[in-house]
Structure formats: structure tokens, C-alpha cells
Ligand binder design. Structure first.
Ligand SMILES: Cc1ncc(COP(=O)(O)O)c(C=O)c1O
Length: 356
């Protein structure tokens, strides 16, 4: 399908701002494409960024039949642009669509839509340290119908905006509260899909954690309340004795992160052993206290690597690595961002270069 590119009027062309905040600043254009059972996907278009006008009965507002993705475009030292593993995000988008009984998209066309939008909006890609263009593909159910059933019509859209650091703390290690009261996801549920309900259901736990002075919540499995799953909206990794990196194995309730997968591939080439295991929370805390676990970090697109400085669990705080970022977290952060930004060779074929 050819994407129609609409011309923007002068009014629709805002200048690129010098200051921006994660998730609040968006560029001038967006991609949209519609689905209905007769036409299939139709009318793919890049036009002005604009509000969506939807009937109040639209099913996404009531039953949350929606999915999204998050990836980034990076300014390379040669002035061109890198997308990082957009094919993985497209594949996950379609897995999420299937889980939520939505229509899948043509993965190649989806990546092409991202590339075209990023190319048109390349002036919005900031070049400051750690900055990039965040790309948010989404799909929503658009039937104006209150019956609880899979929608027949959908809107697929993509918006982009410049971002710096996700956390106000930057790369400083953060406090993480281990939640005993709330669970994020359960096997058989939707934890492995990127769908809004997972996030709205998690808000109460993160708000309560913030009230207690923590930045993130560590999620335990919903069946036993004992195995470590994720931290906030990131996967989690533990460094044992300064050489082995262990992350919870994918059980169906954990989101399979692209960053997680990239680090599991990259780390052995940097000389570290990696392993995917069940990690029991009491043993993990004992290993942090004894110094067997030397570093802990969350990993995801928004932050890349975010060190955990301390855990709060049942009234006790346990410090990790004296609340400092460790050398392996830093090594992995540097190695991965060097590939993402095109400062280092990409032997894995992860980057898609867009010439501008
Ligand atoms: C719940 C959850 N876990 C993990 C991740 C990390 O995934 P990725 O590395 O693909 O950004 C994300 C963010 O996308 C997430 O929302």
C-alpha cells in the first residue's frame, strides 16, 4: 500500500522546540490507517498531528481493546538516522494484536510507515547527549458500540516526539518497592502484550510506591507472590559476582523486551555469562545483602539501562552496590547505545539506517 503524504499548512507547522519533555512534545505529523472488514486496511496516510474525534460509545474507551509499541530513532554521528530493531517491535505489535483479538498489520508496511514518518520529521530528532526521537505506534478499536465483543473496525496510528531522559534522576540508581499487595500480570493474562490495561492496573502500586519515596515497583509473579518478574515498565537483570547476568525467564506474564533480548545477545560478546532463570525474591535479597549480587538494573527502550539503588520489602530497605551504578551496567549501557546511535559497528544487523 502506498502511503499518501499530505502537505502541512503553515499553521500546522510548529517550529522544533529547544526544550521538550518525555511524552509531552510531539512533532507536526502523524501516520494513520483504518481497518474495516470490507476494505481491510485502507487509506494509509501521513498528515498533520491532530486530535482524534471519536464517538463516546467507541469501544476502546470502555473495554480497552488497544495496543501500542515504543521504539526510538537516533541521530548518527554522520547526520543520518538509525532505527533500532523496528522489525522486533512490529512483530510484538502483531503478537499483542492477536492477544487482544485485533487485526494484525503488515509488518513490513508498518516499519515502512515508521521510516517514512521519521524521515519527514527528521528535524525533530534531537542531537543532545542521550536524546532521541520516541516513536509510539498504537492501534485502537473504533466501533461505536457498547457490546462486549471484538471491534470490527480499527485505527492504526503512529506519533513521534523528541525525548531526553525518562527519569528526572537520569542514570542515578532509583529506589524500588517490592509489591506484596498488587500483581501486574498472570500467566494466561495479558502481561506479555503491550496493551493499556496492564499499565492502568499497575498505577495504584506505582502511586503508592512514590508516596513512600520509591521510584518504581518490582512485580512478583501472581501465582506464588515469590518470583521476580519485572520492574516498573522494564525487564530486570541481576549481576552475580561481577560476571554473570541473570534475568527472569519468560513465563507468559513478562513482556519480552527488545532491550532485554539485545542485552542477552550482546553481553556474552562483551565477556559476560548470561542466563534466564526463576529468581526467588527472598534468595535475591539475601544475595544482595551478602554481596553475591553486585548490580541490579532495569532495561527498556525508554531508559536503556536504569540501575536499582535499593529495594524496599516488608518495611526493610536493602541497598544495592552502595546505591551506585555499577561497572557492568555502565558497560552494557555504553555498548548498546553505541550501536543504537551508530557510534559502533552493528554486527547483529539491528539498525535500520535512514539517509536524510
Ligand atoms: C511492561 C514492560 N516491560 C518491559 C519493557 C521493555 O521492553 P523494550 O525493551 O522492548 O522497550 C516495557 C517497555 O516497553 C514494558 O512496558
Amino acid at each position: 500500500m502506498d502511503i499518501k503524504i499530505e502537505q502541512l499548512t503553515t499553521e500546522q507547522t510548529k517550529p522544533v522546540p529547544t526544550e521538550f519533555q518525555f511524552g509531552r512534545t510531539f512533532s507536526n505529523r502523524m501516520y494513520t490507517c483504518h481497518y474495516d472488514p470490507d476494505k481491510g486496511w485502507y487509506d494509509p496516510k501521513i498528515g498533520p498531528y491532530r486530535p482524534l474525534v471519536l464517538d463516546p460509545a467507541t469501544s476502546v474507551f470502555h473495554y480497552s481493546q488497544e495496543i501500542f509499541e515504543g521504539l526510538k530513532a537516533y541521530k548518527r554521528p554522520d547526520g543520518h538516522i538509525n532505527l533500532f530493531r523496528p522489525w522486533e517491535n512490529a512483530a510484538r505489535f502483531n503478537r499483542s494484536a492477536e492477544r487482544m483479538s485485533m487485526k494484525t498489520v503488515d509488518a513490513e508496511e508498518h516499519v515502512q510507515a515508521i521510516a517514512s514518518l521519521v524521515e519527514l520529521e527528521h528535524e525533530w530528532i534531537p542531537s543532545g547527549d542521550g536524546t532521541s526521537l520516541y516513536i509510539r505506534p498504537a492501534m485502537i478499536a473504533t466501533d461505536p458500540f457498547l457490546g462486549v465483543a471484538a471491534s470490527k473496525t480499527y485505527l492504526h496510528y503512529i506519533i513521534v516526539g523528541p525525548v531526553g531522559n525518562y527519569y528526572a534522576e537520569g542514570m542515578a540508581p532509583v529506589g524500588v518497592l517490592i509489591s506484596d499487595d498488587y500483581r501486574r500480570a498472570v500467566r494466561g493474562g495479558t502481561g506479555a502484550a503491550k496493551t493499556g490495561g496492564n499499565y492502568s492496573a499497575s498505577l495504584i502500586a506505582s502511586e503508592k510506591a512514590k508516596e513512600k519515596g520509591y521510584t518504581q515497583v518490582l512485580w512478583l509473579d501472581a501465582i506464588h507472590g515469590k518470583f521476580v518478574e519485572e520492574v516498573g515498565t522494564m525487564n530486570i537483570m541481576f549481576v552475580y559476582e561481577g560476571e554473570k547476568i541473570v534475568t527472569p525467564k519468560l513465563t507468559g506474564s513478562i513482556l519480552p523486551g527488545v532491550t532485554r533480548d539485545s542485552l542477552l545477545t550482546l553481553a556474552p560478546d562483551l565477556g559476560y555469562e548470561v542466563s534466564e532463570e526463576e529468581i526467588e525474591v527472598d534468595q535475591m535479597l539475601a544475595d544482595v545483602k551478602s554481596g553475591k549480587i553486585t548490580e541490579v538494573f532495569g532495561c527498556g527502550t525508554a531508559v536503556v539501562v536504569s540501575p536499582v539503588g535499593w529495594f524496599g520489602y516488608r518495611g526493610e530497605n536493602v541497598d544495592v552496590n552502595h546505591r551506585k551504578m555499577g561497572p557492568i551496567s555502565q558497560h552494557l549501557y555504553d555498548a548498546l547505545t553505541d550501536i543504537q546511535f551508530g557510534r559502533a559497528k552493528d554486527p547483529y544487523g539491528w539498525t535500520m539506517k535512514i539517509e536524510v
